[in-house]
Design a binder for this molecule. Sequence first.
Ligand code: CO
Ligand code: CO
Length: 311
Amino acid sequence: MGLQTADDAAVYRVADDRAIIQTVDFFPPVVDDPYAYGAIAAANAMSDVYAMGGEVVLALNLGAFPKDLDREIVREIFRGGADKVAEAGAVIGGGHTILDDEPKYGLAVTGFVHPDRIIRKSTARAGDLLVLTKPLGTGIVTTALKHSAAASHEVEAAVESMMRLNHTGSRIMQEEGVHAATDVTGYSLLGHSYEMADASGVGILIRADDIPLLAGTLEHAAGGHIPGGLRRNRRWLAQEDRLRLPDGISEEWVLALHSPETSGGLLISLEPEKAPSLRDRFSKEGEETWVVGEVTDGRAVGVRQSPAQAP
Ligand code: CO
Ligand code: CO
């Protein structure tokens, strides 16, 4: 379907009414529990299909494990992934595993979408509202966990968020009709916002006051628990007038907005009139959403924060 714009996944039309969505993702453990790790890696890998408004139909396991790793741990990782794929209504059709010093797990994922109903990140329009479907902070909280600095309730909330599929979101976007969407992952909220703005030829204004954060995010950012990739995101966005931060924004907020996320939420761009009904649908499915900004003229990403909100 073309390589002109950076979409979340590859799309290949196989019939007038059907296109294949293909994507792959895998990474080292982000949490200690092997079952949760497998489930998070699977939810994350399937997310790009959902960001494009598709349905997942088939997945293949990709695994790399140390030779001496307990077999029971490997089984738990695969079980976590398999449960998520089953929840998605899809099947695992096999996979491939190799030996590696550091464990890695993820999925190659195949989905379907109607070629006329592909949700892209390049079609946001000035005047749209931006809705986010998960809080930020997974990268910072899991980094704090690696440094043994995260409280168990903080880790539990992060794990619950990362394990949640963006499946409901894909279905609701299709039913309600939206202009554009992407999922918030390694490039951070600001990085993915910039991708959407750049691809759509619009500007984006993020209202930091309305951004939901996982418990512990600002404290752990201030404490130096900075995920790999955050500095790269910051350098990338500092180029060419891509980002305008408000005077007086605190360093921990800047870190949170630039932090890579794992299995983050959808960032949905839609007509303001449609936002209440879309959010109502999420809420009926038990999922919270936040209006975090708007699409503007221009090309850059701006952040606004009221002085009282800065800690
Ligand atoms: Co994506
Ligand atoms: Co991806």
